[in-house]
Design a protein around this ligand. Structure first.
Ligand code: FES
Ligand SMILES: [Fe+2]
Length: 317
């Protein structure tokens, strides 16, 4: 939902909406310390007004509707004209706390965690060759795609399309040596660098030391991807806007500017536009009454299959 540079100091407030239009949950992030962020329901427990609409700093939260005040830990401090009201307040009058987790500069929230944050983030800790500084501000760019968000993810989750859709990328990525690994709550894809291409620098002890990785692509269900390239980290946040409209936010933390144009992450803008065009084409096609959903290509579309299974699972639950 956010990066730490968006709320750099203790007391900073950042209202966010978790997956607008889908989960659509107003949440307030509060920077509480050097390494800590609290997440609260950003909705007054009285008549339900959204409490904070602009980022800023405050010692307390005051509801603009009838003036109730809350502490930054969510405790109700004052409710006008409720003095002496029997049985008031109760815990239900405080702002509910929302589960929050942090990795590097990235802040995650969940309104209904299916598992502890640690099991969600463990693969990132295991495979990330590098983590940007918590204070660093990323470069940001947003791509609007005229397609359903899950079709964007379908495309992200396989390398079979690479030689067809990305003629430039095949020089940096040995697509035949591409592989996919299932994670508890996501998918890891690894591309290898052909001879002459720039490999991803891996630290000692990394599980893939000894192979020439071109890039590591981590999809965390449902809507976050972490892409490690020779130059650094690119994080995509996939935001559904409508059934046929998606925004993909790119956030880049550059570790080695001299490698910015090199390797599998060297021409991200071109690659994204190539992907977006083909995904929009699939969007127009999957609506056809003749389209039934094609067989998965063995060994190539395991990530897509896992993503679809995950959607079925959460939709049923
Ligand atoms: S809705 Fe917040 S005080 Fe009434
Ligand atoms: Fe692609």
């Amino acid at each position: 939902v956010a990066t730490l540079d968006q709320l750099p100091e203790p007391g900073d407030l950042l209202p966010v909406t978790l997956l607008p239009g889908v989960v659509d949950e107003p949440i307030l992030l509060v920077r509480t310390g050097e390494e800590t962020v609290r997440a609260l329901a950003n909705v007054c427990t009285h008549r339900g007004a959204v409490l904070v609409e602009t980022p800023g700093k405050a010692a307390q939260l005051r509801c603009p509707y009838h003036g109730r005040r809350y502490a930054l830990d969510g405790r109700l401090l004052h409710a006008p004209e409720m003095e002496g009201c029997p049985g008031f307040p109760t815990d239900a009058d405080n702002l509910p706390e929302v589960a929050v987790g942090i990795w590097g500069p990235l802040v995650f929230v969940s309104v209904h965690p299916s598992a502890p944050f640690e099991s969600f983030i463990a693969p990132v800790r295991q495979y990330a060759p590098w983590s940007p500084s918590r204070a660093a501000t990323p470069e940001r760019a947003t791509y609007g795609v005229a397609a359903h968000w899950a079709l964007w993810c379908d495309n992200y989750l396989e390398g079979l399309h690479v030689p067809w859709v990305h003629p430039g990328l095949v020089r940096e990525l040995d697509w035949r040596a591409y592989r996919t690994e299932a994670l508890p709550l996501g998918v890891l894809q690894v591309g290898l660098a052909p001879a002459g291409a720039t490999p991803l620098p891996l630290p000692e002890g990394h599980p893939f030391v000894g192979e020439r990785s071109a890039g590591l692509y981590l999809h965390l269900f449902p809507c976050t991807t972490l892409n490690f390239y020779p130059w650094g980290l690119s994080v995509n946040i996939v935001t559904p806007r409508a059934w046929d409209r998606t925004d993909v936010l790119y956030q880049a933390w550059v570790r080695d500017p001299t490698l910015r144009g090199a390797g599998a992450g060297g021409a991200l803008d071109t690659v994204e536009l190539e992907d977006d065009a083909i995904v929009e084409r699939a969007q127009r096609g999957v609506r056809s009454r003749f389209y039934q959903g094609g067989r998965y290509v063995p060994g190539w579309e395991d990530g897509v299959r896992r993503f679809h299974a995950w959607i079925r699972e959460v939709s049923a639950g």
